[in-house]
Design a protein around this ligand. Structure first.
Ligand code: NDP
Ligand code: 2IT
Length: 453
């Protein structure tokens, strides 16, 4: 691990003490500190008025009990979270994650990343994240609805179109946003469309929001490849996960002429050396709420399902040009990075939040692999959420083509902002450094302007 500069080390060490038992939050902070120390060296005023200390301290953290009754009539208890991290640039904005692994530390790492990601979009949105340790797997539709209603009964008092605008993340898609929005509307007796994003098209949603994170990740990968004189056309790609982000990343790869040969879920991997049938995959996952094993069954002998396998191991058997980790944090480790590098990988773009461990990123950097960190590459989701808010505010709805064009432009400008910042700091091609510094300086400038609050 590289030593942190003395400019930021005492702040980081103090933060470790004050946020004990939150290793993912520590990891996210450390990466930002490594980059931002260079910005402080160059522009010392960024150390004034404890900007870095303040940026690491959430403005508000809400933790609440979520009681609900299951189909057997038993009372169940979960824990709900909303961490409103930073509102210097606009109302708090960020998703809700429902997964049994969720802790306060998980939500803090995600909320912290969201500050810089939202800043990079250039749009007026602050950073937040929320969620629950509720496990949606195996729950009936009625149980999901009762849980969402109970969750929103508590959350409603803390959000609003000018205050905090949640959206989806792992385990929270359009169905959950629907139940959450319904309960908010009922509690407030007001049709406040802009309070949540990721809504359905007939009740205030935006075209392209469903596809946006995956599409945006692939737009970013394409920009990165283009800057190296290459492109996705003809490339072999593997993707981890098979949820919202992964599915639409795969769709866009196929549209741009690449071939996705493997993807995964938490149970296993599907591998098809000729390319996955993306349409069937989307149908199986989204229409049937099926698993990858169901897809493999429907696809027949053309695809191979490997129970409990790791998707990155596929790179040991076949050439892989591009990897898109789109499942969850710390899912791509140093050994996986080495496997990918040996396979010939030239680009990695993170659709998930912090999917690569610091050791894996170091491997990619040393091997000269183009590497796009999640806070830049997956920003298309939240950027399109901001476009949904714009449409809600103007009571308008845009066409698919117009909205996708806006998304593509935003991803290009994020790419260029990261690349130019990396150049400016003497580290051309270092998208991690570029994303962290460009994200940080915009928030820091606003915080300085708003005074010590
Ligand atoms: P989904 O719930 O739609 O899909 C998650 C996928 O990842 C599923 O295939 C799931 O498998 C797999 N997965 C989740 N947790 C684990 C785990 N602990 N181990 C192995 N596999 C796992 O979520 P999204 O696609 O929305 O989110 C994926 C990632 O993208 C997350 O990191 C999220 O924070 C990030 N992201 C999402 C955005 C969005 O707009 N939705 C925007 C930006 C980033 P299984 O079904 O078996 O659990
Ligand atoms: O991690 C993310 O950026 C998201 N889950 C999307 C957040 C949003 O508000 O659309």
């Amino acid at each position: 691990m590289t030593q942190l500069s003395p400019l930021v080390r005492p702040i980081f060490e103090n933060n470790l003490r004050r946020n004990s038992g939150e290793p993912e939050f520590h990891q996210a902070m450390r990466e930002v500190f490594e980059s931002v120390s260079l910005a402080i060296e160059k522009h010392p005023h960024y150390a004034d008025n404890s900007i870095l200390e303040r940026i690491c301290e959430p403005e508000r953290q809400i933790i609440f009990r979520v009681p609900w009754v299951d189909d057997a009539g038993r009372t169940q208890i979960n824990r709900g979270f909303r961490v409103q991290f930073n509102s210097a640039l606009g109302p708090y904005k960020g998703g809700l994650r429902f997964h049994p692994s969720v802790t306060l530390g998980t939500i803090k790492f995600l909320g912290f990343e969201q500050i810089f990601k939202n800043s990079l979009t250039g749009m007026p949105i602050g950073g937040a994240k929320g969620g629950s340790d509720f496990d949606p797997k195996g729950k009936s539709n009625a149980e999901i609805m009762r849980f969402c209603q109970s969750f929103m009964t508590e959350l409603a008092g803390h959000i609003g179109q000018y205050t905090d605008v949640p959206a989806g993340d792992i385990g929270v898609g359009q169905r959950e946003i629907g139940y959450l929005f319904g309960q908010y509307k009922r509690i407030t007796n007001s049709y406040e469309s802009g309070v949540l994003t990721g809504k359905g098209l007939t009740w205030g949603g935006s075209l392209v929001r469903t596809e946006a994170t995956g599409f945006g990740t692939v737009f970013f990968a394409e920009e990165m490849l283009r800057s190296a004189g290459k492109g996705l056309e003809g490339k072999k790609v593997i993707v981890s996960g098979s949820g919202n982000v992964a599915l639409f990343a795969m769709e866009k790869v196929a549209q741009l002429g690449g071939t996705v040969v493997a993807c995964s879920d938490s149970s296993g991997v599907v591998y098809d050396s000729e390319g996955l049938d993306i349409e069937l995959l989307i149908h199986t996952k989204n229409e049937q709420r099926g698993r990858l094993s169901d897809y493999a069954r429907a696809r027949g002998s053309r695809s191979e399902y490997r129970d409990a396998a790791r998707v990155w191991d596929i790179a040991a058997e076949t050439r892989v040009d591009v990897a898109l980790p789109c499942a969850t944090q710390n899912e791509l480790m140093a050994d996986d990075a080495r496997t990918l590098i040996r396979s010939g990988v030239i680009a990695v773009a993170e659709g998930a939040n912090m999917p690569s461990t610091p050791d894996a990123i170091r491997q990619f950097r040393q091997a000269g692999v183009l590497f796009a960190p999640g806070k830049a590459a997956n920003a298309g989701g939240v950027a399109t959420s901001a476009l949904e808010m714009q449409q809600n505010a103007s009571r308008d709805s845009w066409t698919f083509e117009h909205t996708e064009e806006r998304l593509a432009l935003i991803m290009r400008s994020i790419h260029d902002r990261c690349a130019e910042t990396a150049e400016e700091y003497g580290r051309p091609g270092d998208y991690v450094l570029g994303a962290n510094i460009a994200g940080f300086t915009r928030v820091a400038d606003a915080m300085i302007a708003l005074g010590v609050i």
